[in-house]
Design a protein around this ligand. Structure first.
Ligand SMILES: NC(=O)c1ccc[n+]([C@@H]2O[C@H](COP(=O)([O-])OP(=O)(O)OC[C@H]3O[C@@H](n4cnc5c(N)ncnc54)[C@H](OP(=O)(O)O)[C@@H]3O)[C@@H](O)[C@H]2O)c1
Length: 229
Protein backbone atom coordinates (compact mmCIF):
# COMPACT_ATOMS: atom_id res chain seq x y z
CA UNK A 1 0.00 0.00 0.00
CA UNK A 2 1.78 3.14 -1.21
CA UNK A 3 0.55 6.50 0.06
CA UNK A 4 1.69 9.89 -1.20
CA UNK A 5 2.21 12.82 1.14
CA UNK A 6 3.04 16.41 0.22
CA UNK A 7 4.67 18.56 2.90
CA UNK A 8 4.88 22.26 2.08
CA UNK A 9 7.48 24.11 4.15
CA UNK A 10 9.70 21.08 4.68
CA UNK A 11 13.13 22.65 5.13
CA UNK A 12 13.14 23.50 8.83
CA UNK A 13 11.36 23.27 12.19
CA UNK A 14 8.11 21.32 12.24
CA UNK A 15 8.12 20.68 8.46
CA UNK A 16 11.58 19.10 8.56
CA UNK A 17 10.52 16.88 11.46
CA UNK A 18 7.36 15.94 9.57
CA UNK A 19 9.48 14.93 6.57
CA UNK A 20 11.77 12.87 8.82
CA UNK A 21 8.77 11.25 10.52
CA UNK A 22 6.99 10.25 7.29
CA UNK A 23 10.28 9.09 5.75
CA UNK A 24 10.55 6.46 8.51
CA UNK A 25 7.04 5.10 7.95
CA UNK A 26 6.70 2.11 5.64
CA UNK A 27 4.84 2.60 2.36
CA UNK A 28 4.91 6.39 2.08
CA UNK A 29 6.28 8.53 -0.72
CA UNK A 30 7.03 12.07 0.39
CA UNK A 31 7.12 15.21 -1.74
CA UNK A 32 9.04 17.78 0.35
CA UNK A 33 8.54 21.35 -0.85
CA UNK A 34 10.22 24.59 0.23
CA UNK A 35 12.42 27.41 -1.00
CA UNK A 36 15.65 26.12 0.57
CA UNK A 37 16.34 22.64 -0.72
CA UNK A 38 20.06 21.93 -0.39
CA UNK A 39 20.08 20.62 3.21
CA UNK A 40 16.94 18.58 2.53
CA UNK A 41 18.48 17.10 -0.62
CA UNK A 42 21.62 16.16 1.31
CA UNK A 43 19.70 14.59 4.18
CA UNK A 44 17.39 12.51 1.98
CA UNK A 45 19.66 11.78 -1.00
CA UNK A 46 19.78 8.07 -0.19
CA UNK A 47 16.03 7.78 0.37
CA UNK A 48 14.36 7.39 -3.01
CA UNK A 49 10.89 7.65 -1.47
CA UNK A 50 11.59 11.30 -0.48
CA UNK A 51 11.83 13.84 -3.30
CA UNK A 52 12.70 17.47 -2.69
CA UNK A 53 11.23 20.27 -4.81
CA UNK A 54 11.94 23.99 -4.81
CA UNK A 55 8.72 25.89 -4.17
CA UNK A 56 8.02 29.47 -3.18
CA UNK A 57 4.46 30.19 -2.06
CA UNK A 58 5.02 33.88 -2.78
CA UNK A 59 5.81 33.21 -6.47
CA UNK A 60 3.67 31.73 -9.26
CA UNK A 61 2.27 28.70 -7.41
CA UNK A 62 0.60 26.89 -10.32
CA UNK A 63 3.56 27.08 -12.71
CA UNK A 64 5.97 25.79 -10.04
CA UNK A 65 3.66 22.86 -9.16
CA UNK A 66 3.33 22.10 -12.89
CA UNK A 67 6.99 21.02 -12.89
CA UNK A 68 6.57 18.42 -10.12
CA UNK A 69 5.61 14.90 -11.27
CA UNK A 70 2.69 14.29 -8.91
CA UNK A 71 0.88 11.00 -9.51
CA UNK A 72 -2.59 11.52 -11.06
CA UNK A 73 -5.31 10.72 -8.49
CA UNK A 74 -2.53 9.67 -6.18
CA UNK A 75 -2.09 12.29 -3.50
CA UNK A 76 -3.44 11.03 -0.19
CA UNK A 77 -2.26 13.73 2.22
CA UNK A 78 -1.28 17.39 1.86
CA UNK A 79 0.15 19.26 4.84
CA UNK A 80 0.27 23.02 4.30
CA UNK A 81 2.88 23.71 6.96
CA UNK A 82 4.82 26.69 5.55
CA UNK A 83 4.56 29.95 7.41
CA UNK A 84 5.90 33.48 7.26
CA UNK A 85 5.98 35.60 10.39
CA UNK A 86 6.61 39.30 10.54
CA UNK A 87 6.72 40.93 13.99
CA UNK A 88 6.42 44.68 13.78
CA UNK A 89 4.30 47.45 15.28
CA UNK A 90 1.12 47.64 13.21
CA UNK A 91 1.75 51.18 11.96
CA UNK A 92 5.18 50.19 10.56
CA UNK A 93 4.06 47.21 8.48
CA UNK A 94 4.35 48.04 4.78
CA UNK A 95 1.88 47.11 2.06
CA UNK A 96 4.53 44.68 0.69
CA UNK A 97 4.82 43.00 4.09
CA UNK A 98 1.04 42.62 4.38
CA UNK A 99 1.00 41.23 0.82
CA UNK A 100 3.85 38.81 1.51
CA UNK A 101 2.14 37.56 4.69
CA UNK A 102 -1.12 36.89 2.90
CA UNK A 103 0.65 35.46 -0.18
CA UNK A 104 2.56 32.85 1.84
CA UNK A 105 0.13 32.12 4.69
CA UNK A 106 -3.16 32.25 2.79
CA UNK A 107 -3.28 32.84 -0.98
CA UNK A 108 -0.42 30.43 -1.76
CA UNK A 109 -2.10 27.75 0.35
CA UNK A 110 -5.44 28.18 -1.45
CA UNK A 111 -3.72 28.12 -4.86
CA UNK A 112 -1.81 24.98 -3.89
CA UNK A 113 -5.05 23.22 -2.95
CA UNK A 114 -6.69 24.48 -6.17
CA UNK A 115 -3.88 23.09 -8.30
CA UNK A 116 -3.79 19.73 -6.53
CA UNK A 117 -7.54 18.96 -6.71
CA UNK A 118 -7.18 16.73 -9.82
CA UNK A 119 -4.22 14.93 -8.24
CA UNK A 120 -5.99 13.92 -5.03
CA UNK A 121 -6.85 10.29 -4.42
CA UNK A 122 -10.40 9.88 -5.71
CA UNK A 123 -11.31 7.53 -2.84
CA UNK A 124 -10.10 9.64 0.08
CA UNK A 125 -7.69 12.48 0.82
CA UNK A 126 -6.96 14.66 3.83
CA UNK A 127 -5.58 18.20 3.67
CA UNK A 128 -4.21 19.68 6.89
CA UNK A 129 -3.55 23.40 7.11
CA UNK A 130 -1.18 24.64 9.80
CA UNK A 131 -2.32 27.83 11.48
CA UNK A 132 -1.61 29.40 14.84
CA UNK A 133 -3.26 29.97 18.22
CA UNK A 134 -2.73 33.65 17.36
CA UNK A 135 -5.35 33.13 14.66
CA UNK A 136 -7.79 31.17 16.81
CA UNK A 137 -10.87 33.18 17.68
CA UNK A 138 -10.98 34.25 21.32
CA UNK A 139 -7.41 33.13 22.16
CA UNK A 140 -4.85 35.35 23.88
CA UNK A 141 -3.32 37.71 21.29
CA UNK A 142 0.17 39.23 21.10
CA UNK A 143 1.18 42.70 19.89
CA UNK A 144 3.00 43.24 16.58
CA UNK A 145 1.63 40.08 14.96
CA UNK A 146 -1.25 41.66 13.03
CA UNK A 147 -0.05 40.65 9.54
CA UNK A 148 0.85 37.12 10.67
CA UNK A 149 -2.27 36.45 12.76
CA UNK A 150 -4.69 37.94 10.24
CA UNK A 151 -3.20 35.95 7.36
CA UNK A 152 -3.20 32.73 9.42
CA UNK A 153 -6.83 33.41 10.39
CA UNK A 154 -7.62 33.50 6.68
CA UNK A 155 -6.70 29.81 6.28
CA UNK A 156 -8.83 28.91 9.30
CA UNK A 157 -11.79 30.49 7.55
CA UNK A 158 -10.80 28.95 4.21
CA UNK A 159 -10.81 25.52 5.87
CA UNK A 160 -14.42 25.93 6.99
CA UNK A 161 -15.64 27.21 3.63
CA UNK A 162 -13.73 24.55 1.65
CA UNK A 163 -15.11 21.75 3.81
CA UNK A 164 -18.64 23.02 3.21
CA UNK A 165 -18.13 23.45 -0.52
CA UNK A 166 -16.60 19.95 -0.85
CA UNK A 167 -18.79 18.30 1.79
CA UNK A 168 -20.09 15.68 -0.65
CA UNK A 169 -16.64 14.86 -1.98
CA UNK A 170 -13.94 12.48 -0.75
CA UNK A 171 -11.65 15.41 0.15
CA UNK A 172 -11.41 16.26 3.83
CA UNK A 173 -9.73 19.39 5.18
CA UNK A 174 -8.90 20.47 8.72
CA UNK A 175 -6.81 23.21 10.27
CA UNK A 176 -4.53 22.91 13.31
CA UNK A 177 -3.88 26.07 15.33
CA UNK A 178 -0.53 25.50 17.01
CA UNK A 179 0.63 26.91 20.31
CA UNK A 180 4.31 27.56 21.02
CA UNK A 181 6.81 25.09 19.54
CA UNK A 182 10.59 25.47 19.86
CA UNK A 183 11.65 26.43 16.32
CA UNK A 184 13.53 29.17 14.48
CA UNK A 185 10.28 31.05 13.91
CA UNK A 186 9.40 31.11 17.62
CA UNK A 187 12.96 32.15 18.57
CA UNK A 188 12.84 35.07 16.11
CA UNK A 189 9.45 36.23 17.34
CA UNK A 190 9.96 35.62 21.08
CA UNK A 191 13.75 35.33 21.74
CA UNK A 192 13.40 34.85 25.52
CA UNK A 193 10.58 32.33 25.47
CA UNK A 194 11.20 28.61 25.86
CA UNK A 195 8.34 26.48 24.54
CA UNK A 196 7.45 23.19 26.23
CA UNK A 197 7.01 21.41 22.91
CA UNK A 198 9.74 20.40 20.44
CA UNK A 199 9.34 20.46 16.67
CA UNK A 200 9.63 16.68 16.66
CA UNK A 201 6.83 16.24 19.23
CA UNK A 202 4.53 18.54 17.27
CA UNK A 203 5.39 16.79 14.00
CA UNK A 204 4.38 13.43 15.52
CA UNK A 205 1.04 14.91 16.57
CA UNK A 206 0.42 16.47 13.14
CA UNK A 207 1.38 13.25 11.33
CA UNK A 208 -0.94 11.21 13.53
CA UNK A 209 -3.79 13.71 13.04
CA UNK A 210 -3.21 13.73 9.28
CA UNK A 211 -3.27 9.95 8.98
CA UNK A 212 -6.08 9.16 11.40
CA UNK A 213 -8.51 12.05 11.80
CA UNK A 214 -9.72 12.84 8.28
CA UNK A 215 -12.27 10.02 8.41
CA UNK A 216 -14.00 11.50 11.46
CA UNK A 217 -13.25 15.22 11.45
CA UNK A 218 -13.84 17.69 8.61
CA UNK A 219 -13.76 21.48 8.33
CA UNK A 220 -12.61 21.91 11.92
CA UNK A 221 -10.25 24.46 13.45
CA UNK A 222 -8.43 22.51 16.15
CA UNK A 223 -6.32 24.23 18.84
CA UNK A 224 -3.14 22.25 19.62
CA UNK A 225 -1.49 24.09 22.45
CA UNK A 226 0.18 23.52 25.79
CA UNK A 227 1.33 27.14 25.99
CA UNK A 228 1.70 30.42 24.12
CA UNK A 229 4.44 33.04 24.84
N1 LIG B 1 6.84 27.48 16.16
C1 LIG B 1 5.71 27.92 16.71
O1 LIG B 1 5.65 28.26 17.90
C2 LIG B 1 4.46 28.01 15.87
C3 LIG B 1 3.27 28.41 16.50
C4 LIG B 1 2.12 28.49 15.76
C5 LIG B 1 2.13 28.14 14.42
N2 LIG B 1 3.30 27.76 13.82
C6 LIG B 1 3.25 27.42 12.39
O2 LIG B 1 3.90 26.19 12.19
C7 LIG B 1 4.41 26.15 10.84
C8 LIG B 1 5.86 25.72 10.85
O3 LIG B 1 6.63 26.73 11.45
P1 LIG B 1 8.00 26.49 12.26
O4 LIG B 1 7.80 26.99 13.62
O5 LIG B 1 8.48 25.12 12.02
O6 LIG B 1 8.92 27.58 11.54
P2 LIG B 1 10.21 27.51 10.61
O7 LIG B 1 11.24 26.62 11.20
O8 LIG B 1 10.57 28.94 10.36
O9 LIG B 1 9.67 26.83 9.26
C9 LIG B 1 8.90 27.52 8.36
C10 LIG B 1 8.84 26.71 7.07
O10 LIG B 1 8.07 27.46 6.12
C11 LIG B 1 8.78 27.51 4.89
N3 LIG B 1 8.48 28.72 4.14
C12 LIG B 1 8.58 30.00 4.56
N4 LIG B 1 8.30 30.84 3.55
C13 LIG B 1 8.01 30.07 2.48
C14 LIG B 1 7.64 30.34 1.13
N5 LIG B 1 7.56 31.59 0.65
N6 LIG B 1 7.40 29.30 0.30
C15 LIG B 1 7.50 28.01 0.73
N7 LIG B 1 7.85 27.70 2.00
C16 LIG B 1 8.11 28.70 2.85
C17 LIG B 1 10.24 27.48 5.32
O11 LIG B 1 11.05 26.97 4.28
P3 LIG B 1 11.95 27.87 3.31
O12 LIG B 1 12.39 29.08 4.07
O13 LIG B 1 13.03 26.95 2.90
O14 LIG B 1 11.04 28.18 2.18
C18 LIG B 1 10.22 26.51 6.47
O15 LIG B 1 10.35 25.19 6.01
C19 LIG B 1 4.20 27.56 10.27
O16 LIG B 1 3.05 27.58 9.46
C20 LIG B 1 3.99 28.41 11.51
O17 LIG B 1 3.23 29.56 11.24
C21 LIG B 1 4.46 27.68 14.52
Amino acid sequence: MNKNVIIVGASSGIGLELTRHFSCLKGYRIFALSRNCSDLEKEFEKQAHVTVHRFDLAADVHSQLDKIPFPANGIDYLINNAGFLIKKPFELISKEEFSQSFAINAIGVMQTVQYLLPFLNAKFSHIVNISSMGAFQGSLKFPELSAYAASKAAICNFTEVFATEYADSTIKMNCLCLGAVNTKMLKEAFPNYEAKVTASEMAHYIADFTLNSGYLVNGKIVPVSLSTP
